[in-house]
Every structure is written in C-alpha cells, then in structure tokens.
Design a binder for this molecule. Structure first.
Ligand SMILES: Nc1ncnc2c1ncn2[C@@H]1O[C@H](COP(=O)(O)OP(=O)(O)OP(=O)(O)O)[C@@H](O)[C@H]1O
Length: 621
C-alpha cells in the first residue's frame, strides 16, 4: 500500500514537472516540483535523512548570524510556547536552509522531529531535499505552506511546514523562521493561522534587528498597517539605512543610501518633531501631502542613560541579552541575572521560584540560551500536568515492551533527549515522591535506568526546575525530599510577581508596544493597569493588551478596552482566591468543560488542569 502510494506520488510529480513551464495560474508547488526535477535533477522516490552538519560546522555557519540569532531567540521562544500545544516545532534557519535554532514541542511530537532529524544542523535546501517549506520559501523569498503530499519526497508527507523568510537590516535574505507539524488532524486553515503568527514574529525580529543595528541613529517608522517600513537617519537628516519594505516603497538602492540621500526627498518631518522618546508623529510625503501617522525614535545614546551590562568573564555579553531583556529595570531580577552571570557556564542546577505567568519558563529558556549548551536541546516537562505513570515513562524512558501499552520501539525518555542540553522541570513541587527518588539518583549518578533496561544510559544534563510552592517548607514537613531540594537549588532565583516589580510601568509599556504597537494607552487605562494586581502576571498582561489592541478604536486603548476580571480589581492580598474565582467562573460558564474553559482563560489545557489541582477545585460540580 505504502509502495503504491509512493509510486503514485512519484508519477504525479514527474507528470507535473514535464508540463510546459510558465502556464498562468501554475501553482507554486508545481513550479517547485519542476525546478527539482528539471534544474536540480532530484529523484522524488529517494529516501533518507537530510544532510546534517557536525557541531563544528554548525558553529562555523552560525557565527556570522550570532547577532541575528540573539535578537531572534526570545521571539522564537514565545512562538514555540504559543504553538507547542499544537505540536509544532520552531526553527530558525540560515539563508542556505540549515537549521540553527530549534525548539521542539513536548512528548510524542518531539520524538517525531528527533527521529526525522528536523533539528539544529539539518539542511533542507530545495536543491537537495526538493520541495519543502524551508527550502522553497528561501528559494522564492516568499512565505509558504507546504502541506503533506505537496512535499517533493514522499517521506515528508506526514509533515506540514509553514515558513516565513527573514530579511536583515539592509533588506537582504538572512534566513527563515520555520514551523513544522506532524499532526494529521490539523487542516490547512489551522496551518494558515499558524503561518500568520509566524510571519508576525518574523517581522518583529526584523524590526528589533533593524533598531539594534541603527541604535546610534534616528529611526522613522513609516505609516501603514504593518508598521514595517523603517528608515534610519543621522542628525543631519541623511538616510543611513532602510529596511526591505522602505527600500521597495521609495525605490532606494545601496548606492543612494551610501551617498547619504536626504530624508526630505523621501518624507517630510515636522520641524518641531524632536521627540525625547519614541513618539507618534504626523508624516508627510516628499511632495508635502499628508501620509498618516508614523513614529520617530531618537538615537539610543539619548534614549538610554543606562550603562551596558558588564561583560561576563567567560562569555560575550550578548549571550545574556535575553536574560537582561526579561529582567528589565527591576532590581530583584537584575540581581538574579547578575548572580546567574557569575555562574556562567557552570552546570549548576537552578531553581526558579515565582507565581504562575511570572516568566519561569521564558527565564529557563533564556538561561539555556545564555549557556554553552544553547546549540543543544532544551527539553521541558510540566510535572503538574501529567499523571505519575506518564511522568515516569516520559522522563526516564523505557525499553521495548516494558509495559502494556508501551510503544513497540520503546522510548528514550526526556532526560536522555536533554543530554548535552538543558532539562526544565516545571512545577517540580508537584512531582510525586517516588519519582523524586528516581530523579535524585539520576542527578547523583549521572545516568538513567529506563524501565526494563539491562544497563544504565549515561547522561549529561543541566537541570533547571521551577515552582510556585514553598519547597523549603515542603522539605521540612516531608512532602518534598529534602536531599533533592538541596540538589535542585544550586542557585535559587526568585521571579517577582508583576505587581511587585519596581519597573511595572516600563514592563506594561514594553508589552503594549509588542502586543498593540499602533495604540496609545489613555491615562484612565494607565491608571487601571497600574492599580490592577495581575494574578496571572505577564501572561495575563499580554493577553489583556493583545485583546485591547483588537477591540480599541481610534488608535487609543481606554479603560473600557481592558478586560480585567472584576475579582482582581481590589488589591489582592489573597492571590490564590482571585485566581480560584477566575478559574471557577470559567468552568461554570463552560458547564465544566475544561477544554472550553482553558480557551476562555487563554491557557493550555495542561496548565488549567494544574491550576485546578493546585487550587483544589472539584470538577464534580
Ligand atoms: N520578563 C518578561 N517580559 C515580557 N514577557 C514576559 C516576561 N516574562 C514572561 N513573559 C510572558 O508571559 C507569558 C508567561 O510566561 P511563562 O510561561 O514563562 O510563565 P510561567 O511562570 O512559566 O507560568 P506557569 O507557571 O503558569 O507555567 C509568556 O507569554 C511570556 O512570553
């Protein structure tokens, strides 16, 4: 059957490729298949893994992209978090389609990507792999979805890839952001939505990279719904840089920019527009006609009186940018990051402590990205989201046929998958006692005994764990193993709740800029946001502002646009009670259906289950 479908596919590819090129309305897939057969002389029947680079080759390829990778990683982390419940992996590739950063989803899906070598170091150039998301998007320099049997090679038919090419500060192709899924139950519509989210993330990476490259210049963001066009200019209003879309809009060339073309030949700025921070300004076209509202930001030297962070002893400072970004201007977090920088590459276990949504997962990812393990796997498991037997199998793995219902080929387990990289155990306080004992043994002996195995597997992991519970008290009352607790907290870092952060105003401004970039926050809304205690922390803030950005009118977010649950308006001394009320309300409204309630709360099902358990909410009515 498989052979029959394979030969059908091969026949279909070859027949499409043999048709006359350039037929109007020819699909991009058909054009790509033709390129593969006619130009690259590829065989659609070929099977086998993609070409994979060695560690040394990956470092060599990644080196010139280091700055772009640093800028991209926080966006990729967010994208991975957003899409991981849908089983997508997220990758950043160079312009030759070599994956340089990979973030895998959890559990079974991750295993598929590992098995098929869809990870850091693999190359998916169209000239070798045939039509595929990454290779074809880069060949055409356009976003694309390659769905199932649109792939040139039959072996990739179980995957769908959605890819957005990435352009650097000078408008050159710099790589691409890829998301791949092997979920056959997701239709094309779902992938289209995921591509839209990916394209948005890609544009944000481009904007951040442009701002970083021209941080010493003035930057004008041109009017337009996508906020894409950016021009950099000096104090004499001579253009020094332009992004891809600004180049296209004005027909700008490298020569015109290196000649220092006058800004007034492109746009007219109000003479009084000399803002002290990024501001919305009315812009005119070169002929004086009104164009709309854009933004003008002064050079960073004038914007930021803060000195750059002190470089660490053994790492380029850039490695820690992700952590600095998360810490913002909050003294508790800045101190935490400084302590993390002093341990640098030491494989000290880290214990993160913070409320739900305070950023434990993003922090753990940033620690991984700053470590010398960054090129290897980051594997995460939420101990509160799974029953004990599943955590056991997921974490420690098992041999073929170890128990009824096990996969026939066995499972490596997450600890082995994380070997060489970082293992993040979220909600470690919820780990059952029996598993705590097994985990302790792994940490002590640096080896894992998968269930049913005859010999142990050596492992080399860095462990980051996180909890919102008081583990010290739990260790004291015996509900958590004290010896494991001391092993986990090589260094403990507390992530303050949003309401405790000294830089709450700046955090709100930053997240508003990311989630609702074209909106101003009215004073009444500011007052609400500052007063509200945000029991759901950063996650809740993001969702509130994202929603406000969709509903607000006239470019201004007012108090009425903020969907702040009433339970949280009073100063919340009892944060658990407020959160409990929020969850119970959502469950009541959904008639007890967890999936529906999770959707309403904008949480994953697993997170909602964890909350239900932690807040001791009965599902029996
Ligand atoms: N410092 C920060 N700056 C901007 N956004 C942040 C920051 N910290 C967290 N976020 C955002 O908040 C959301 C929640 O973060 P995260 O999942 O890491 O929290 P958490 O503490 O692990 O939550 P939980 O315990 O519920 O799993 C994410 O969308 C993340 O991008």
């Amino acid at each position: 059957m498989a052979n029959l479908s394979a030969s059908n596919h091969v026949a279909r590819v070859l027949s499409t490729a043999s048709q006359v090129a350039g037929v109007e309305a020819e699909s991009r897939i058909a054009a790509s298949w033709r390129r593969c057969v006619v130009n690259h002389k590829l065989d659609p029947a070929r099977r086998g893994p993609p070409q994979t680079l060695t560690e040394a080759e990956i470092r060599h390829v990644a080196e010139p992209m280091e700055e772009l990778i640093q800028v991209a990683v926080p966006e990729l982390e967010d994208l991975a978090r957003l899409l991981r419940d849908s089983g997508y992996c997220v990758n950043l590739a160079d312009p030759n389609a070599t994956m340089l950063v990979s973030r895998l989803p959890e559990g079974d899906y991750a295993r598929m990507f590992l098995e098929w070598k869809i990870y850091t170091g693999s190359n998916f150039a169209e000239t070798f792999e045939g039509t595929n998301g990454l290779g074809t998007a880069l060949a055409e320099q356009r976003p694309i979805i390659v769905h199932g049997d649109e792939h040139f090679r039959e072996q990739w038919h179980m995957f769908t890839c959605a890819v957005s090419p990435l352009f650097d500060h000078a408008g050159r192709l710099a790589g691409a952001v890829n998301i791949s899924s092997c979920r056959s139950d997701l239709g094309r519509g779902a992938h289209e939505l995921a591509l839209a989210v990916t394209t948005d993330a890609t544009r944000r990476i481009e904007r951040s990279f442009f701002r970083r490259r021209y941080r010493a210049s003035w930057i004008a963001t041109l009017p337009g719904s996508d906020g894409q066009g950016m021009l950099a200019y000096d104090d004499d209003r001579r253009v020094v840089g332009a992004c891809r879309s600004a180049r296209a809009a004005f027909g700008l060339t490298d020569a015109m920019i290196s000649d220092g073309i006058d800004l007034s030949r492109l746009i007219q700025l109000d003479e009084r527009a000399a803002p002290s921070s990024e501001e919305r300004v009315a812009l005119r076209r070169a002929d004086g006609s009104p164009w709309g509202h854009g933004r003008v930001a002064p050079p960073l030297r004038a914007r930021s009186p803060r000195p750059p962070p002190a470089p660490s002893r053994d790492k380029p400072a850039g490695r820690f940018d992700g952590l600095h970004r998360l810490a913002g201007h909050d003294p508790v977090l800045i101190k935490g990051v400084k302590r993390l920088m002093t341990v640098g590459n030491l494989d000290l276990p880290i214990l993160l402590h913070g409320e739900t949504g305070a950023g434990k997962d993003v922090f753990a990812r940033a620690i991984h990205a700053a470590s010398n393990r960054a090129a290897n796997n980051y594997v995460a498991l939420n101990c509160a989201a799974m029953p004990e037997s599943l955590i056991d199998a997921e974490l420690f793995g098992y041999e073929a046929g170890a128990f009824t219902g096990a996969r026939r080929e066995g499972s490596k387990g997450l600890i082995v998958q994380a070997s060489g990289g970082t293992l993040f155990l979220d909600e470690i306080g919820d780990m059952p006692l029996a598993l705590q004992t097994r985990l302790l043994r792994v940490l002590e002996n640096r080896e894992v005994w998968p269930l049913g195995a005859l010999k142990p597997v050596p492992v080399d992991i860095r462990l980051i764990s996180a909890t919102h519970r008081d583990l010290a008290a739990m260790a004291e009352d015996g509900s958590f193993r004290a010896d494991l607790y001391y092993r986990l907290r090589g260094m403990e870092v507390r992530l303050p709740a949003l309401r405790e952060r000294a830089d709450k105003r700046e955090v709100i401004a930053q997240i508003a800029d990311e989630e609702a970039p074209h909106y101003r926050i009215a004073p009444d809304a500011w007052a609400q946001l500052m007063a509200y205690p945000f029991p759901g922390n950063m996650r809740q803030l993001r969702h509130v502002l994202r929603l406000a950005g969709c509903t607000a009118e006239g470019g201004v977010i007012g108090e009425a646009d903020l969907d702040l649950p009433v339970g949280g308006r009073a100063a919340v001394a009892d944060h658990d009670a407020a959160e409990r009320a929020m969850v119970v309300d959502a469950l009541r409204a959904s008639g007890g259906r967890v999936t529906e309630a999770a959707k309403a709360l904008k949480l994953s099902r697993a997170t909602l289950y964890r909350k239900i358990k932690a807040l001791k909410i009965g599902l029996d009515g």
